[in-house]
Design a protein around this ligand. Structure first.
Ligand SMILES: *Cc1c(COP(=O)(O)O)cnc(C)c1O
Length: 404
């Protein structure tokens, strides 16, 4: 185990400092940058030492399926930023979502969630959990009456995303959390779209926060990773800990190291993403060949005021609708010279995606329509390039698409 010679984290540090110094441990070599402990196991002084470690009498590393020093640095740094007691890192965002729910619910329980969810999250709620006897109720996340009705019965957990993928619907977190708590439900929030910089779900009433670290936390499209954050208590310390320990959705030390380094620049990157996205959203809204621009920072966003109350910035993702349906939209996508067609997001590179034919292809047409995922809708993850180059690329491709 690394000898801890780095100064301990100060909980009063501002976010930028926590992102660089939080969780840092140094080995006997006094390295500046965090070490990668590429090891699956650990050795013991003697047989008695191993016995006491397995009895839990001594806190130490036993096996990297349970914990690893590089992974622990990532977990501590993210927990410090989020203001959570504990963080448990996982191999991907989806393993975090699944572990968060599966460790908590059992047959006969009831779970409520909004329709506007990342496709794989919706699949867990509506396909996997019901197979294990869990009842899932799906609501329109922006309609408080539907939440109220769904939460009029005892409920074990609610799981939601805000803003949602891809149409950027915003859920009133304090109001929904209050109703959920009255129904006895734990409030789980997937905070990927806002990132830990722009929104603090734990301060808005959530009990548990889940991330795909693959997105903004890595921010450079290199590795998969996930995290679950919450307070000390039976859930984090026992149920989730034992579930992860015995089912093994563990984050690799190398990926944890990439994500640790990603955290160091997260605040700077999010600031630039937001600045670029605001410029791009204003440009898109001014175009006659764009029939709808959805961006929480625009006054025209249906929940603009709520978004600005819950989030400290407008976000990094824009959804917009190209006039002229699928044909014009594909002409536009194929004419882009710099922005890449890709379904990832939160990357330094600007990435664009057509949800109806990719991420949300499996949804029945009627469900897509309810979600506002039309044939012209695209999702733009605005990168860190110069904003003028992003706008130039959008403009030239829209001009080509309009010519038919
Ligand atoms: C990408 C994403 C996930 C899944 O994360 P992976 O790391 O790809 O497994 C979950 N929720 C949201 C909102 C996402 O965007």
């Amino acid at each position: 185990m690394a000898k801890d010679t780095a100064p301990p984290a100060n909980p009063n540090w501002r976010p930028a400092t926590k992102l660089i110094r939080g969780g840092l441990k140094r080995s006997q070599f006094q390295e500046t940058s965090e070490a990668i402990f590429a090891t699956s196991g650990y050795v013991y002084e003697n047989a008695e030492d191993a016995e006491s470690a397995f009895k839990g009498e001594k806190q130490r590393y036993i096996y990297s399926r349970f914990s690893n020093p590089t992974v622990a640095m990532f977990e501590e740094r993210l927990a410090l930023l989020e203001g959570a007691d504990l963080c448990r890192a996982t191999a991907s965002g989806m393993s975090a979502v699944f572990a968060a729910l599966a460790s908590f619910v059992k047959a006969g329980d009831r779970v409520v969630g909004p329709r506007a969810l990342f496709g794989s999250c919706l699949y867990i709620l509506t396909d996997i959990l019901p197979r294990y006897g869990v009842e899932t109720v799906i609501v329109d996340g922006t309609d408080l009456d539907q939440w109220e009705k769904a939460l009029s019965k005892p409920t074990k957990a609610i799981f939601l995303e805000t803003p949602s993928n891809p149409t950027l619907e915003v859920v009133d977190l304090p109001k929904v959390a209050e109703m959920a708590h009255a129904a006895g439900a734990m409030v789980m929030v997937d905070n990927v779209f806002a990132s830990p910089i722009l929104q603090k779900p734990l301060e808005l009433g959530a009990d548990v926060v889940v991330y795909s670290a693959t997105k903004h936390i890595d921010g450079q499209g290199r590795v998969l990773g996930g995290a679950i954050l919450g307070s000390h208590g039976d859930y984090m310390d026992e149920q989730l800990r034992m579930f992860v320990r015995h089912t093994g959705p563990s984050l690799s030390p190398f990926n944890a190291w990439v994500l640790l380094k990603g955290l160091e620049t997260l605040e700077l990157r999010i600031e630039r993403h937001c600045k670029n996205a605001t410029i791009a959203a204003n440009f898109l809204e001014s175009r006659k060949d764009i029939s709808r621009t959805l961006y929480p920072g625009l006054k025209s966003h249906p929940q603009h005021n709520l978004a600005m109350k819950q989030m400290s910035g407008p976000g990094t993702i824009i959804a917009f609708e190209v006039a002229g349906g699928k044909a014009a939209t594909f002409r536009f996508l194929n004419a882009l010279k710099m922005i890449d067609v890709s379904n990832n997001l939160g990357d330094a590179k600007s990435l664009i995606n057509h949800p109806a034919t990719t991420t949300h292809q499996r949804l029945p047409e009627a469900d897509r329509a309810k979600l506002g995922i039309s044939d012209g809708l695209v999702r733009l993850s605005v990168g860190l390039e110069d904003a003028a180059d992003i706008v130039d690329d959008l403009a030239q491709a829209l001009d080509i698409a309009a010519r038919g």
